[in-house]
Design a protein around this ligand. Structure first.
Ligand code: B1M
Length: 222
């Protein structure tokens, strides 16, 4: 089991999507994240364990190597693709929650930011918690959040940012939502964000991870 998780971690770390993929050359012909995730699930490994012990640590290693200039954007992108191939298989386990009656959750990665893996995970878990999801994607400005809120009055909004340069755009989006749709609950998250920043920009809650986001959503639904 541990060996399977270690192989999956390496597949994501080195951006090996599936067996057919020629990238990276040193893993040619070997199983990629697609096959390894399938094997892990078949071996009965809990999807949460797959996520926490293989996929997330893999991306942490990728980030570290990027910071140290050992890899560059294309390699980071391949790792993101490999992680995406795994997440596609894990999604049914995280979204098979109650019938969707708790309300609507509008989520997006803020303007200027293209990172969507964390956002997708949060959306998946909240969907699994019984909410309908409106995923606006990446690079989303205040206008699109307001439009979505007009189509889904009373929805809760989730903002994700991974860059110190884009987290500031959260403030602008929160201000605009407060102006047009006062009373909207706004949840924020992403690596550079924290509770202090959340209070500063006037959002309602900062969740460091999808579990805390689900807890917050459950609290406001009750
Ligand atoms: Co980028 N990138 N990246 N990147 N990237 C980081 C974030 C970075 C920390 C890497 C590094 O330097 N070590 C760094 C940011 C530095 C900073 O601002 N402090 C960085 C940089 C600099 C950049 C570029 C500027 C690089 C360049 O072009 N020179 C560029 C920017 C592009 C843009 O957005 N405009 C860029 C590009 C990319 C790729 C496109 C290649 C790719 C993203 C692909 C994709 O997302 N589809 C990428 C990747 C993969 C990363 C790292 C390696 C991994 C991010 C990730 O997916 N993590 C990342 C380094 C790292 O994180 N260690 C890095 C796994 C994911 C599960 O975690 O997203 O943190 P995370 O989400 C967590 C929590 O934060 C939380 O829950 C999730 C699960 O636990 N969470 C929420 C997230 N959103 C939430 C919302 C909530 C609640 C919780 O409520 C609404």
């Amino acid at each position: 089991m541990e060996e399977l998780l270690e192989k999956l971690l390496e597949a994501v770390e080195f951006g090996k999507v599936d067996q057919k993929s020629p990238y990276p050359p040193q893993l040619r012909g070997m199983d990629g994240s697609h096959e390894l995730t399938m094997s892990a699930l078949e071996a009965g490994i809990n999807p949460q364990k797959i996520l926490e012990e293989a996929l997330i640590p893999a991306m942490a290693r990728v980030g570290k190597k990027f910071s140290e200039n050992k890899i560059f954007v294309p390699q980071m992108l391949m790792s993101a693709r490999a992680m995406g191939a795994s997440m596609l298989q894990l999604k049914p386990f995280f979204t098979s929650g109650d019938i969707k009656t708790k309300g609507t959750f509008i989520i997006g990665t803020v303007k200027g930011d293209l990172h969507d893996i964390g956002k997708n995970l949060v959306a998946m878990m909240i969907e699994g918690g019984g909410w309908s999801i409106v995923d606006l994607g990446v690079d989303v400005g205040s206008g699109r959040f307001i439009e979505a809120l007009k189509s889904h009055p009373g929805a809760v909004v989730g903002l994700s940012a991974l860059l110190t340069t884009t987290m500031v755009n959260m403030g602008e989006i929160v201000t605009s939502i407060r102006e047009h749709m006062p009373g909207t609950k706004i949840l924020i998250g992403g690596a550079p964000v924290n509770t202090e920043f959340c209070q500063k920009i006037g959002a309602d809650f900062y969740a460091p991870d999808p579990q805390k986001a689900v807890e917050y959503m459950n609290k406001i639904a009750s």
